[in-house]
Design a protein around this ligand. Structure first.
Ligand SMILES: Cc1cc2nc3c(=O)[nH]c(=O)nc-3n(C[C@H](O)[C@H](O)[C@H](O)COP(=O)(O)O)c2cc1C
Length: 430
């Protein structure tokens, strides 16, 4: 409610009746989420299709208010920032899962820098500009999106919630956010696609077994995924010391559902329930394999994990649709730079040819704004998805995304920019 008041103040032009009707709308949306899954999905579908959507995604409709409207979970309703959701998730997530999600590689310097680099950047705000209609819409790979905040691919959402990625996708749909599903999801890509009323991308870990990789790509294409995000920064696992100390293993009921039936390098059937990730990562992934992948699919291919401008140039030469500037959330090679620091030189190298996206450390609307100012077309969030999911299931994911989107809207208005197209490097101070 506190944030709602801020929003009202910002808008300063809503009548009481308008506010009341929007509040009613939000109760409806949240009530829908408490129905059984099928009905909730139908409800999400109709919300996305019609008038309801305007309610759920209204810029000033606060997720906190939404949860508060039902009184279902006061702690969730009180969370007004991503940090609040993270603290709640810490209380609610099993300790081993928490270590797996939160940890980075080795001394976690890159993990820390991802945040610090955003904190160092300052905004150069302008005033007395018409920001009466703030518009967060963007076009990405030919698709209109309501806002530039996407879900990064991450493994095993059942670690955070029994409904795993099925809850995540409902939460993403309600917040009009595009979701990228991981190869290592705990629900199958087909089930997630069936549960989704919004656009999806599929993240691909190329498997040593080429036939299986081709099959995964075909399955994703057949299920309606709109792009293939090929992760290229993980030829081996990083030194995940925190994960090791926590003796991370897959708990009962959590498996890599897409990889059932995959054989390990030694030809054994892979144990998708207990297998360690190292068993399934490809020993060899080069530009040749990217070319092979492009020949397999009509989907646009994006490369995830580019930090160096020369690699970005090679990607452009290879004819991929886009790249994602990422250091895997600081989980792979410790001491590579923060992604927001790596972004500008990549954008300078290929920004005019390729769609450039960024992830890593995005926790505030002002971070989104800074990434856009430095040339990213959109941002992706990783750990905050687990935090929302663990704090409140689908509702928590919606709340996390709504907070971020609302903060972006406030940041746009307060910096004197009404549209995403108005955002460029002049928005950064110094
Ligand atoms: C628990 C966890 C699991 C992840 N699993 C994958 C994955 O399966 N595939 C992938 O490409 N990236 C994976 N990532 C990396 C994310 O896609 C993303 O790059 C990173 O989380 C962004 O940083 P952030 O968590 O600070 O937002 C994972 C990240 C986390 C935290």
């Amino acid at each position: 409610m506190r944030v709602e008041k801020q929003a009202e103040a910002l808008a300063g032009r809503w009548t009481e009746a308008e506010l009341d009707s929007r509040a009613a709308c939000s109760s409806e949306a949240i009530a829908a989420m408490h129905l059984n899954r099928r009905r909730a999905l139908q409800s999400a579908g109709s919300l996305l299709g019609g008038l309801g959507l305007a309610c759920v995604t209204d810029p000033r409709l606060r997720a906190a208010q939404r949860a508060g409207a039902t009184g279902a979970d006061p702690a969730l309703a009180d969370a007004v920032s991503l940090a609040d959701l993270e603290a709640l998730a810490h209380q609610r997530m099993a300790p081993m899962a928490w270590e797996y999600v939160s940890g980075g590689a080795a001394d976690e310097l890159t993990l820390r820098w991802n945040r610090e680099a955003y904190e160092r950047l300052r905004l150069d705000a302008r005033v007395l500009r018409d920001v009466s209609h703030v518009d967060t819409r963007i076009e990405l790979l030919g698709r209109q999106l309501a806002h530039p905040i996407l879900l990064a691919p991450s493994a095993l959402h059942r670690l955070a919630h029994p409904e795993g990625e099925l809850a995540t996708v409902r939460g993403a749909n309600a917040a009009q956010a595009l979701m990228t599903l991981s190869t290592m999801s705990s629900e199958t890509l087909e089930d997630v696609a069936k549960a989704s009323a919004g656009p999806l991308w599929f993240q691909l870990y190329v498997q040593k077994d080429k036939g299986y990789t081709a099959e995964l790509v075909q399955r994703a294409e057949a299920a309606g995924y709109e792009a293939l995000v090929v992760t290229v920064d993980t030829p081996v696992d990083g030194a995940r010391n925190r994960q090791q100390r926590a003796k991370f293993h897959l708990p009962p009921g959590v498996e890599m559902a897409n990889l059932r039936g995959l054989k390990s390098a030694s030809g054994q059937k892979l144990d998708t329930e207990h297998g360690v990730f190292a068993n399934i990562l490809p020993p060899l992934l080069t530009w040749k394999e990217i070319e092979w992948l492009q020949s397999l699919t009509r989907l646009p291919v994006l490369l995830k994990g580019i930090l160096h401008p020369d690699d970005a140039r090679l990607a452009a030469k290879q004819g991929v649709a886009g790249i994602l500037v990422s250091n895997h959330g600081g989980r792979n090679l410790d001491t590579v730079p923060a992604t927001i620091d790596a972004l500008p030189r990549v954008v300078d190298a290929v920004g005019s040819e390729l769609t450039v996206l960024v992830d890593g450390g995005v926790r505030r609307g002002t971070d989104v704004l800074k990434a856009l100012a430095l040339g990213a077309r959109a941002v992706l969030v990783g750990r905050p998805v687990f935090h929302g999911l663990s704090a409140g299931g689908a509702e928590g994911v919606t709340q996390m995304l709504s907070i971020l989107r609302h903060e972006l809207e406030m940041a746009l208005a307060l910096s004197g920019r009404a549209r995403i197209a108005d955002v460029d490097r002049t928005l950064l101070f110094g």
